[in-house]
Design a protein around this ligand. Structure first.
Ligand SMILES: Nc1ncnc2c1ncn2[C@@H]1O[C@H](COP(=O)(O)OP(=O)(O)OP(=O)(O)O)[C@@H](O)[C@H]1O
Length: 231
């Protein structure tokens, strides 16, 4: 339902750096995302996992290559720490985020009570988001994205925040969503979460797909690559 074909992306870095001001992040990456699958993306810090999600969401355009989506498919990026208007309260932020993820205004209003209940924000739901702690913002962001319906859910490291109680509730809700008819791309540094939630895993290294396939096998290869070499 979504395909990356020979996608490369370069960012401009400060002039005078060793790479002459151009930072090559993804280098001719190709893969297909199939309907209803949960695809995990793993790799070291800074290899381009978030960048890949942003390309799939249509937020970033690749330098070269194509992103092919079936007509009418909406992909939405579920990420934390972005997208809140600090002057607005939780309720208005939830409406705004739901609409940015493709919901109509009436659909967004229809999700509100469920978002308020799941996020456990209580009266704070009516308070400006600038008064929220990081964990409260995370609850609001996660819940809004979770309860808004999208064709492809792109999940960036969101199951690693919040307190232990909310984290396990969030993970459970995500599992239920994944086991239903939902196509998901999941970026995480947590091997147990990736093994538990994903059907297939891509390992990104030095701009390319280094390995892909069964989650346990791919994670094992990734881990082996990080072991210090012995002579
Ligand atoms: N808008 C941008 N401008 C310049 N460089 C960028 C931009 N966005 C990302 N980068 C660079 O691209 C590289 C990949 O970043 P990205 O956030 O995709 O990595 P990641 O694999 O998700 O990392 P992490 O595991 O640490 O979250 C990094 O070196 C980052 O500095």
């Amino acid at each position: 339902m979504l395909e990356l074909r020979d996608v490369s992306i370069n960012f401009r870095s400060s002039p005078g750096t060793f790479d002459h001001g151009v930072h090559h992040v993804l280098d001719r990456v190709s893969f297909k995302l199939y309907e209803n699958e949960t695809l995990g993306i793993i790799g070291r810090n800074g290899v381009g996992k978030t960048t890949m999600l942003r390309i799939m969401a249509g937020i970033l355009a690749p330098t070269s290559g194509e992103v092919i989506t079936r007509q009418g498919i909406a992909a939405s990026l579920l990420t934390l720490g972005l997208g809140h208007r600090l002057d607005l309260n939780g309720r208005d932020n939830a409406i705004l985020s739901a609409m940015l993820q493709g919901a109509s205004r009436s659909e967004a209003l229809g999700y509100l009570e469920e978002i308020k209940a799941f996020s456990e924000l209580g009266d704070s739901f009516e308070e400006p988001v600038r008064t929220y702690s990081a964990g409260m913002k995370a609850r609001l962001g996660f819940t809004t994205a979770l309860l808004t319906h999208v064709d492809v859910l792109l999940v960036d490291e969101i199951l690693s925040v919040g307190d232990a109680q909310f984290r396990s509730k969030a993970e459970e809700a995500m599992k239920q969503r994944i086991s239903g008819k939902q196509t998901v791309v999941f970026v995480s540094h947590s091997a147990p979460q990736v093994k538990d939630l994903c059907d297939r895993v891509l390992w990104i290294d030095q701009g390319r797909i280094r390995a892909q396939g069964d989650p346990a096998d791919t994670i094992a290869q990734y881990r082996d690559s990080m072991k210090p070499a012995r002579d």
